[in-house]
Design a binder for this molecule. Sequence first.
Ligand SMILES: [Zn+2]
Length: 485
Amino acid sequence: MKLYVSATLRSFFGRNAKLDVHAKTIKEAFAWLEAEYPDAKKVLFDEDGRLRSFIRIYVGEKNRTPEEHWEEVIEESEEVLFLPAIAGGAPEDSLISEERRKAVSFDDAEVERFGKHMMLREIGVKGQKRIKAARVVVAGAGALGSAVIQYLAAAGVGTIKVIDPEDVKLSDLQSQVIHGTRDVKRPKAASAKDTVRNINRSIVFESETAPLEASMIADAIDGFDLVVDCSDNYKARYLINDACYLCGIPTVFGAIYQYEGQVGIFNLKNGPCLRCLFPTPPPAGLVPTCAEGGTISPLSGIVGSIQANEALKLILGIGESLAGKLLTVDTLNLHSHILTVEKEHHCTLCGDVPTIKGVQEFDYDDFCGLREPEEEVPIEGFTPEEFARRIENKDPITIVDVREPHERAILRFPDAVVIPIGQLARRKNELDPEKDTIFICKQGQRSILAINTLREAGYQGPLYNLKGGLDAMKDIMFSHEGAWL
Ligand SMILES: [Zn+2]
């Protein structure tokens, strides 16, 4: 038989909503469940072995009691439902602890302001306190962010952090309704702050106007309950996904293009991540962005509102969330689907043998095909032969290895300083500007990025690239000329 487990009981059944139970009667079903999920016994039965009274068992639409229907044979096509009583949200499913909820109080104006929430059975005063205690990051104050930020603010989320490096453009106003004409050329984060303060001055509003980078994202989301991904590019999406997974913060994902939208929840408890669904982004330039492909104005409101709604449900611990699912909406033809997203055992981030252990070691620009084909300032490089000669002559040079840990494990380069690209700008003082510094990677591409990164960070010393990377160097390294290896 098929057994449907209500959300409040799910933590006792491996977080499954649906179970395939090998049983013909409810009695057999309980025996099977006790064997499979020993923890469930104490929640289902009291000390005397009686079914606890707050749980109802339904077969189809009919209530079934232990006394009368325990041994009745149930058709295989019937769905059996465990329905518990719900009282204002289930604390065990909420992202907000009881301790944090209890620390919140309301004044008279807040009781009036949030009355329509408090009268909802699933929210109530307790739920509204969870919303006020919540700390949410909204990555992007553009089209999706406009709806998400305004609804979270109106709903009473106590702390909202907005990350967006851009200024408002005239062309943004067609869909980014958090900004107005007078905000053009202002930072989006500042404009969003004004709107939020106009909604509710007591909200703690934090902002970050730097672009999302591996070097700062962990600090930017640290201490928050939830990240709502309202970004508009693949680099930001994968960076958000990876950082959230590694920091144990759930992500409410949203994306729009022309008339279509997607919403999903990733990184919730043991649920799937974005890489489980899409292991890699499309090659750069293959799929147009919103800016290139266009988008109908209300779409961002529709998708962003669903994201805000999912965010509130996670904060409250109520309802059926989109965790492990992807909602797709086609607003041109009004079709929608909810697809199942499986946790992928081979996932490079959250699978059984992950290769991504930290965002700083992962090259997001390379992964997303964002490498600049031409450098603005030509980069000088050494051929493998020149490089080998300088090492043999014991020239005073600094060698910086920017490869991933697993690449270095295969081929370790002697006397090289290891600095991940994401940390270069921050650690530039470790390099001596009086000395020639040579960057090495596998194929000589990431080392170009490393040099550009350092130049952008204002580093003045001479920087060189190993042309063709260590791949081009192998013949020398493994021959008699490479005796220094
Ligand atoms: Zn994954």
